[in-house]
Design a protein around this ligand. Structure first.
Ligand code: FAD
Ligand code: SIN
Length: 503
């Protein structure tokens, strides 16, 4: 197949770029490859909202910039922070123009809420299901364009790179098991996060770090892979998927308590429950180690219940189904993996170190987050960078490279057993959960690095000798990303933001 633009991923980042290119160039072809249903993504689960300065009386850009820099613990790129914060309002207006419905006050103004690390009310939201609403509207908008072709249930395997120039990707049709090549003049990785490397994560099943692994194999630069953000308040419950209790619930006034009712956060930070995520997660971890308990609690019982249920209908309902009545019960919560601050290194127009290859959204490392992301800055980063990639590509001629890649037919090769993939995956997730968590240790990391090296070699031979499936490809990618996270952790010598090592 051949496209002018190949976009891998159909979350907020991929869809936003696709819409802009499709509208600007009605005669050019855009292919979106996405490995699950079109909607399945981290975007779809975003709860809290998008942080944008919209209250010009109390809030201003300087305050949002300062909050982002403080949260990033000295490692943000200030210029990038300024770009993202100041371009936010225009990008938000675009989402509204595309049909995203954000909650409004009785006077028609956007309803702004607060989250951890924010000094003001600036999080724009759609109840507690902001991501679902964004994905709905943006996907509908993308589907109106005839020059965008969706290939859902298609797994991008590897990039087609020659002489440090990207020319498209190898793609697996998950239904037929057939691999094929898509040639493209420009390729964008918008493949999201890495949560599925952990046993406990708020992330979607798609978050297996594929884009980052492909970029690593293509020799693109990646950075800040040690900065994994843990969300302090995932619901502690027996269920397959770990459900998030939004930070906005604490912004609304909920208290974090131990089983005995001690409101412990003020013992760690003057901002109490609204300290930044790294601090709250580490404080909970310390409390849990002290008590030997498995969870702490969010107490919402003192809050105005009608307003709470109106703002958080999905959370209220989910808790109810788990037998928790937020009106009278405390919600059991524990910290879980949530977000990767690092990723594929890009410049301020989303360009990676490989020519004609771009990265956008959670898989990219722009410099915005530094050592720790400020709540609700991720959706914002995705739309701002999608626009900047579009601006760059708008002025670029389409010049197809004269290169031909060949694809080895692996259809007749044997299949790796499902049991092997399940077992290895479970060992990997256990290794990462235990060793690349909220508090790390160099000695353990060094040992695990050796184990990951062995698995990497093993997978090199497996992928050559066996038929590729999505599950096998994902596992190979997870091992590649895990190795990169461990190596980066070992390189960091001081504790910053969400990286903490007791050495
Ligand atoms: P995603 O939305 O994850 O999309 C990735 C896409 O890539 C998917 O379509 C996937 O199928 C596809 N893909 C991946 N690998 C391949 C492959 N090999 N081949 C083909 N396709 C592939 N951020 C905020 O700013 N505010 C919030 O309130 C907020 N709440 C959150 C709540 C939860 C529970 C979670 C998990 C995250 C939250 N975040 C929030 C973070 C934010 O949602 C994500 O960082 C952001 O949506 C990522 O968007 P993306 O487009 O980069 O990736
Ligand atoms: C949340 O709603 O707590 C998630 C916000 C975020 O990840 O930015």
């Amino acid at each position: 197949m051949k496209a002018d633009y190949l976009i891998i991923g159909s979350g907020i980042a991929g869809l936003t770029i696709a819409i802009k290119l499709a509208e600007q160039f009605p005669d050019r072809k855009i292919i979106i490859v996405t490995k699950s249903s079109k909607e399945e993504s981290n975007t779809q689960y975003a709860q809290g909202g998008i942080a944008v300065v919209m209250d010009e009386i109390n809030d201003n850009f300087e305050k949002h910039i300062a909050d982002t820099l403080i949260c990033g613990d000295g490692l943000c790129d200030k210029e990038v922070v300024e770009i993202v914060v100041t371009e936010g309002p225009e990008r938000l207006q675009e989402l509204i123009d595309w049909g995203v419905q954000f909650d409004r006050t009785e006077t028609g103004r956007l309803d702004l809420v607060k989250e951890g690390g924010h000094s003001d009310y600036r999080v724009v939201h759609h109840k507690d299901e902001t991501g679902k609403e964004i994905e709905r509207a943006v996907l509908a908008k993308a589907q109106q364009n005839d020059n965008i072709e969706f290939l859902d249930y298609h797994f991008a395997v590897d990039l087609l790179v020659a002489d440090n120039r990207c020319n498209g990707a190898v793609v697996l049709d998950e239904k037929s098991g057939q691999q094929f090549l898509i040639y493209a003049d420009f390729t964008v990785l918008a493949t999201g996060g890495i949560g599925q490397l952990y046993q406990h994560t708020t992330n979607s099943v798609i978050a297996t770090g594929d884009g980052i692994a492909m970029a690593i194999r293509a020799n693109a630069e990646v950075d800040d892979m040690e900065f994994v953000q843990f969300h302090p308040t995932a619901l502690y419950a027996k269920s397959e998927h770990t459900f998030l209790i939004s930070e906005a619930v604490r912004g609304f006034g909920a208290h974090l308590k131990t089983k005995n009712g001690h409101r412990f956060m003020f013992g760690y930070d003057l901002r109490g429950e609204l300290a930044s995520r790294d601090i709250v997660s580490r404080s909970i971890e310390t409390e849990l180690k002290k008590s030997g308990e498995a969870c702490v609690y969010l107490d919402c019982t003192h809050l105005e219940i009608n307003a709470f249920q109106k703002h958080f209908p999905a959370i209220t309902q989910y808790c109810w189904k788990q037998g928790i009545d937020v009106v009278k019960d405390w919600i059991p919560v524990f910290p879980t993996q949530h977000y990767l601050c690092g990723g594929i290194t890009v410049n301020s127009f989303g360009q990676t170190s490989v020519e004609n290859l771009f990265a956008c959204g959670e898989c990219s490392r722009t410099g915005l987050h530094g050592a720790n992301r400020l709540a609700s800055n991720s959706l914002l980063e995705a739309v701002v960078y999608a626009h900047r990639i579009f601006l760059f590509l708008k002025n670029k001629e389409i010049v197809s490279a004269n290169v031909v890649f060949t694809l080895e037919d692996k259809l007749n090769k044997p299949q790796v057993s499902e049991e092997f993939i399940r077992d290895r995956d479970s060992m990997l997730r256990n290794l990462i959960q235990q060793n690349v968590g909220i508090v790390r240790n160099n000695e353990d990391l060094e040992k695990k690095k050796q184990q990951l090296l062995i698995w990497q070699e093993e997978f090199q031979s497996i992928t050559q000798n066996y038929k590729l499936s999505k599950e096998l490809g994902e596992l190979r990618n997870k091992i590649t990303v895990a190795f990169s996270m461990v190596v980066s952790s070992l390189k960091r010598t001081e504790n910053r933001g969400c990286f903490y090592c007791d050495r």
